[in-house]
Every structure is written in C-alpha cells, then in structure tokens.
Ligand binder design. Structure first.
Ligand code: CMX
Length: 472
C-alpha cells in the first residue's frame, strides 16, 4: 500500500472510528501488515527501507507544503499548536486522546496480548507495536520478553553510583543518576568513535534502547528498595514478564497489582512527541547523543511538577485534603472550599488540565475502569471520583483554564496506594520506566530515518516587537 493510500485509508478509518467501530477498523488497518519475524530487530530491519522511501518522497516532492503559520502566541505560549515534530509511535487528538499507532487504549486492551487472554496488555506488546506499527502475536511478545531478560543485567557500578547519593535524595535524582551510570555501556558511543557509517546508526541505537528499556526496572526497583525498604533488594524473577517482574522487584506479588503495573506501563509509554520528556529525548539525541544521555535528559524534564511529577503532587494534595478534614469522606462544599484555598494560594490543582487534551484523558478513564472493577469501595478512589465532579466547574469559572478535565496523573496514585505502593515521591520513577518504551522506539527511528540536528530559530524581544509593529 502506498503512503498516500495508507494516509487516506487512515483518515477514513478515523472518521469511522468516532462512529464506534474503532476496534474493527484498527484491526483491518493493522492486519494489512502482519508480522512475520519472531524477533523484533529482524522485523524492524525489513521495515526500515520502506519508511526511508516514504520520508525521502516527502522531502523531494512535498518539502514546501505548509503545515500552518507560526504566530506570536505560539512563540510566547510554549509553542502550543505548532506542528513541528515527526513522531511515529502515537498521536494525541484534543478531543479523543491518545492513539498508539492508530489504536485507542480500549483497542490495545482488546488486541495486544496479555499474560492470559483478556488480561491487560503486556508492555512488551506496546513496545512491539510502537516500534513496528504491527500487532504482535503472543509468541512474538514472549520472544521479546526473553530478549529483554537476556539484556537485563545491570553492572554493579550503577548501584554504587546511586549509593553515593544520600538516601534522602529524591527518587528521580537517584534514578537518573543510575541511568547516567548505565551510559558507560553505550554501544552507540563506542561504535561512533570507531567510525560508524551513518546508514548503520540505527543498529547500536537499537542495542542501547533495548538495553536501556531492559535494565531500567532493576535500577528503578533498587532506588525504591534502597530508600523505602532498608536496602533489601529483591532479585528479578526470570519467569515473569517485564511489568510483572518490575512489580515483583519492588516487592509486590499480588496478581492484581501485576496486572495494574502492565496497564500502567502501557498507558504511560508514549504521548506523541511534543510533551516535555519525549521532545527532550528526541532533541538531545539529534546531535547524536546516545539513547542513555537522551533518556536521562528526558527524565529530568519528567521530574517537573507540571509534567511527570504531577502524579506525586496529586497524592500529596489528596493526602492534605484528607488531613485537613480528618477523613476521606468529605462533603462537596468542603471540597470546593479546599480547592479554592489551593487556587487562592497561587497553586494549580494537580492532575487537571493539559497542553493538548480538551476532554477527560482516556488514560484517566481506563484507570477509573480498573478501579471500578477491583477497588470500588476504596475511600481514596471515591474521593478521586468526587473530585472529577467538583474540580472542573471551579477551573472553568477561572475563565483561563483551557482544559478543566482530569489527566492521567489524577488517578494513578490512588491505585498504587491501594496496592501498597504508598510512597508518592516514587511515582514519577514508574512513569519514567514506562516512558522509555515510547522514547526508545522513536530514537531508533530518528537514526534510521537520518533525522537531522534539531535547531529551530529563535527571535529577540526587539525583533518580535518590530515585526508586530510593522504588521499593525
Ligand atoms: N489548576 C489551576 N490552574 C490551571 C490548571 C490547574 N489544574 N491548569 C491550567 N491552569 C492555568 C494555568 O496555570 C494558566 O494560568 P496563567 O495564565 O495564570 O499562567 C492558565 O490556566 C492557562 O493554562 P492552559 O493553557 O489551560 O494550560 P497549559 O497548556 O499552559 O498547561 C498544564 C498545561 C498541564 C501544565 C496545566 O494544566 C497544569 O498546570 N495542570 C496541573 C499540573 C498537572 O496535572 N500536570 C500533569 C499533566 C500531564 C502530564 O504531563 O503528566
């Protein structure tokens, strides 16, 4: 199928999707591309020439096609609405939310293999989908699971680097330090210094990205056990899948928690390219910084309270509400009062709002559905449900908030808390591990497609004023 026929098929698919036949259509689209290889790298190797052709055609035949105008608002408004990045794995529609290679979260829950039929998608499956655009079979997912296990050994100096920090250092600081220490093993850096040809850049990038993804759970679990469990480390269980094993190394073996972890990693993996962590990873990788360097930079952006740290902030805020009233059973009036108090003190309500979304985040909705199934009577879940009714009208009244609805971070904390992962300072590390599964594939494609150094033009204040005066 040619690229333009694929695009037209995709846009037809999209309009039909909104008429509630998303699953059937997604299946039809993805079935046109059945996977034949058992291992991921061979699958990718087959795909790369086709994608290179598509990008080449765009550059040679359509290079001057406009994607929109750049306005002063965009320059002063954090580049909102400026389409300027190529990102293969996923796209966020303001009304509908995330689609991973064209598939919604419910599509993924139905079509991607779980541990058992009907189980939550395995993180290995979303990794396969994001990298190849194809739905993997259970056999392929199991083979990838094994591949990740064989790559998962973490050198001792990584743990020593973390140990050099005070235990009181924030979990994200300790985690990112571990990622920087992993960088010592970068294949890309080694091969590039030995004179690697450009056409082969993607190969060590694949090695680094897969090694990084495979090793992160052990590093992340080490940080958790070091800070919160007296340094008692739990070795990995090779019989478990990626998400299950991560939960196990943290110290959680309840099968429901393992299922939640698989869902959590899947839905946090990717959120198109413009969010701070994904964009940072891409940007930092473009001067050929290796995947470890790029991902460590991404984690530093994720650690900001308006981005990935918001999940920590949400639980802290919920705990402060409960502490204020001495109970999680709080009346609507009391909740309203507390929200106003937060806003009047100049703070944001964490877990609400978004830079792109204009409806409730489907990542929130699927966590809500999980909670309704497994913990409907949990008082913290009930409080989160009540907040969804009370917060949006108050934010709307402010007259400036573009999206008053809950985002992914509004929900994850109460689920983790229910299963015993109560230390909210750690939550962003979970997000970080998950985000590697979205970022890794894009870094591989960045090198396979030969995407150049990212270097947008900036403008001085005087120049901006002069242009505006002339336009007026
Ligand atoms: N509470 C209070 N005020 C909010 C708000 C919220 N939840 N969301 C937006 N606003 C305010 C903004 O601070 C801004 O105020 P000023 O003009 O005074 O600076 C105004 O409304 C307009 O902002 P916006 O255009 O609606 O939102 P942005 O695209 O600028 O910001 C986001 C998006 C997520 C940073 C913002 O909604 C926010 O701070 N939310 C709370 C933090 C949060 O949940 N972050 C997690 C997002 C998901 C993720 O990345 O993980």
């Amino acid at each position: 199928m040619s690229f333009f026929r694929s695009i037209s098929a995709l846009s037809k698919l999209r309009s039909r999707v909104t008429q509630q036949s998303s699953l059937a259509n997604s299946v039809r689209l993805l079935q046109t591309q059945t996977s034949s290889n058992l291992d991921l790298q061979s699958e990718l190797r087959e795909l790369i020439p086709e994608y290179q052709e598509r990008v080449k055609k765009l550059k040679t035949d359509y290079g001057k096609v406009e994607l929109g105008n750049i306005t002063v608002d965009m320059v002063l408004g954090g580049m909102r609405g400026m389409t300027a990045l190529l990102w293969l794995g996923s796209a966020v529609d303001p009304e509908e939310g995330i689609r991973f290679r064209g598939m919604t979260i419910p599509d993924c829950q139905k079509l991607l293999p779980g541990v058992k039929p009907g189980g939550e998608p395995l993180p290995e499956a979303i990794l396969w989908l994001l990298l190849t655009g194809k739905i993997p079979s259970k056999e392929q997912v199991d083979s990838l699971s094994q591949e990740l296990q064989t790559r998962a050994t973490v050198p001792d100096y990584v743990f020593k680097a973390i140990d050099a920090l005070p235990v009181s250092a924030h979990p994200m600081t300790q985690f990112t330090t571990g990622v920087m220490a992993l960088q010592v093993q970068s294949e890309f850096q080694k091969q590039h210094q030995s004179g690697l040809a450009k056409a082969r850049y993607w190969e060590p990038t694949y090695e680094d990205s897969m090694n990084l993804i495979a090793r992160l759970p052990a590093v992340a679990a080490y940080v958790y056990r070091r800070i919160f469990k007296d340094g008692k480390i739990i070795p990995r269980d090779e019989s478990l899948d990626y998400g299950g094993n991560y939960a196990h190394m943290l110290g959680f073996d309840d099968p429901q928690m393992l299922e939640f972890m698989r869902l959590y990693i899947t839905i946090h993996s990717d959120h198109e390219g413009g969010n701070v962590s994904s964009h940072t990873a891409h940007l930092v990788s473009t001067p050929l910084a290796d995947p470890y360097l790029a991902f460590a930079a991404a984690l530093n952006g994720l650690a900001g309270p308006l981005h990935g740290l918001a999940n920590q902030e949400v639980l802290r805020w919920i705990r402060s509400v409960v502490a204020e009233f001495g109970t999680p059973h709080i009346s609507t009036e009391e909740l309203k009062e507390y929200i106003h108090k937060t806003l009047n003190s100049g703070q944001v309500v964490p877990g609400y709002g978004h830079g792109v979304l204009r409806k409730t985040d489907p990542r929130y909705t699927c966590q809500r559905e999980f909670a309704l199934k497994h913990l409907p009577d949990d008082p913290y879940f009930q409080l989160v449900s009540k907040l969804k009714e009370v917060v949006p009208p108050i934010l709307l009244q402010l007259g400036k908030v573009k999206n008053p609805w809950p985002n992914v971070d509004a929900h994850s904390g109460v689920l983790l808390n229910y299963y015993g992962l109560t230390e909210e300072n750690y939550y962003t590390v979970l997000f970080g591990v998950s985000r590697s599964i979205g970022v890794g594939p894009q870094l591989i494609w960045d090198r396979a497609l030969g995407l150049p150094l990212e270097r947008p033009k900036s403008i001085t204040l005087e120049k901006l004023e002069a242009i505006c005066e002339k336009a007026a």
